[in-house]
Write a protein that binds this ligand. Structure first.
Ligand code: ASP
Ligand code: MG
Length: 416
């Protein structure tokens, strides 16, 4: 009998009514003959509420105690779901992260899973029970409670699926899958039946909120198939139908998967641009600029350096908007005096639009098509960054939606 993992997020577990629906869905899969391992999030809003409570007591709370507090949201959910299953006559048992030996490192509030001992889960599954495990949490080597970072239940689900050798990990959420772009920007965005791990990884790192990026990394590393699907459909939908709904996150070498030139378009207004004007065009300058930035733990995303004029060049890069003030302080103190930049200019009025598709590997003209689509709309491109399967552009932020729609159209992604 195959083990199937279901993960239900905060919205899916958001009220007693919804928890009862989750129970109906899980019971249906159980009755269809699957061994069911269910990973749950806290009820929506609960983790925020718990963290806010902690902040009311202490403005600078100990991370260890924050984990003790934040991890309780998932424990409530798991118990409620077990009760809801009992009400349907299904034998179910819940465990927190420690109880099923989810071992993590000791970085409180952002711990990484190191190992999981699936023995206890297997014995309960073999006894015919539905096993429910609290997501988002584990324990370190000293037995302290840890949490995995916001949105961490996705990663718990995939890690548990790997640990017990599940056939597939189904992530039930409040959207019915992964879309070609944000449907709020382009109503003709289409749901993808399948997307490769690599594309999903790029989209997650570009700000798609559907899955925590670490869960996708984990799934890719252990080749665990994942599916994103809605928990808001009729809970009595036949299992065979539900099993193929949503978006499958699949392997590139899957012969059934079409290698789209562009599968998805992501966009964000979360970055700010910094330009150091007229820095010397000599070896080591990029390091002198970005070294101190890296030391301050500030992530740099896009980088552009122009050809030099009379021995100097402009050096431009982007950081998260939230890091801008800190980045400027570092530049002022440790960089400008060293590289003697003429000026430091910043802009927060930028947006990054990215096209992702594994078909780019084998087709050379993607960038040209992107530039053509934007040229037709009169949109100026400020920066360009590429990887094997991605082209990212920085443009003026007021054109973001227009750019997304133009690219969506140019790559034939509009739903008929
Ligand atoms: N409850 C946690 C959060 O809100 C974990 C999760 O939902 O995945 O971040
Ligand atoms: Mg989530």
């Amino acid at each position: 009998m195959a083990i199937i993992v279901h993960k239900y997020g905060g919205t899916s577990m958001g009220s007693p009514e919804r928890i009862k629906n989750v129970a109906r869905r899980v019971a249906k899969w159980h009755r269809a003959g699957h061994q069911m391992l269910v990973v749950v999030s806290a009820m929506s809003g609960e983790t925020n509420r718990l963290l806010a409570l902690a902040k009311e007591i202490s403005p600078n709370p100990s991370p260890r105690e924050l984990d003790v507090i934040a991890s309780t949201g998932e424990q409530v959910s798991m118990g409620l779901l077990a009760l809801a299953l009992h009400e349907l006559g299904v034998d179910a048992i819940s465990f927190n992260g420690s109880q099923v030996a989810v071992h993590t490192d000791s970085s409180h509030t952002k711990a990484r899973i190191e190992s999981i001992d699936g023995e206890r889960i297997h014995s309960e599954l073999d006894a015919g029970k539905v096993v429910i495990v609290a997501g988002f949490q584990g324990r370190d080597a000293d037995g302290n409670v840890t949490t995995l970072g916001r949105g961490g239940s996705d990663t718990s689900a995939v890690a548990l699926a790997v640990a017990v050798g599940a056939q597939e990990c189904l992530i039930f959420t409040d959207v019915d899958g992964v879309y070609t772009t944000d449907p709020r920007i382009e109503p003709r965005a289409a749901r993808l039946d399948a997307i490769s791990f690599e594309e999903m990884l790029e989209l997650a790192s570009l700000g798609s909120k559907v899955l925590q990026i670490r869960s996708v990394e984990f799934a890719g590393k252990y080749r665990m198939p994942m599916r994103v699907l809605s928990s808001l459909t009729d809970p009595d939908l036949p299992v065979e139908e539900e099993a193929v709904s949503g978006t499958l996150i699949s392997f590139e070498d899957d012969p059934n998967m079409e290698k789209a030139l562009v599968s998805g378009i992501a966009c964000t207004r979360d970055e700010a641009k910094i330009t150091l004007a007229q820095v010397p065009d000599t070896p080591g300058v990029a390091y002198k600029i970005l070294g101190p930035i890296a030391e301050a733990n500030i992530d740099v995303d896009m980088i552009v350096q122009n050809v030099s004029h009379a021995g100097t060049t402009d050096f431009t890069f982007t950081v998260a908007k939230g890091d801008l003030t800190r980045a400027l302080l570092v530049l002022e103190k440790d960089v400008v005096p060293v590289v003697k930049a003429k000026e430091v200019a910043t802009s927060t009025e930028i947006a990054k639009v990215s096209c992702v598709g594994i078909g780019m590997r084998t087709h050379a003209n993607v960038a040209a098509r992107i530039f053509n689509a934007l040229a037709k709309e009169g949109i100026n491109i400020q920066m360009i960054g590429t990887s094997e399967i991605k082209v990212s552009l920085v443009i003026e932020d007021k054109y973001m939606e227009l750019a997304v729609r133009a690219l969506h159209q140019a790559f034939g992604l509009n739903k008929e």
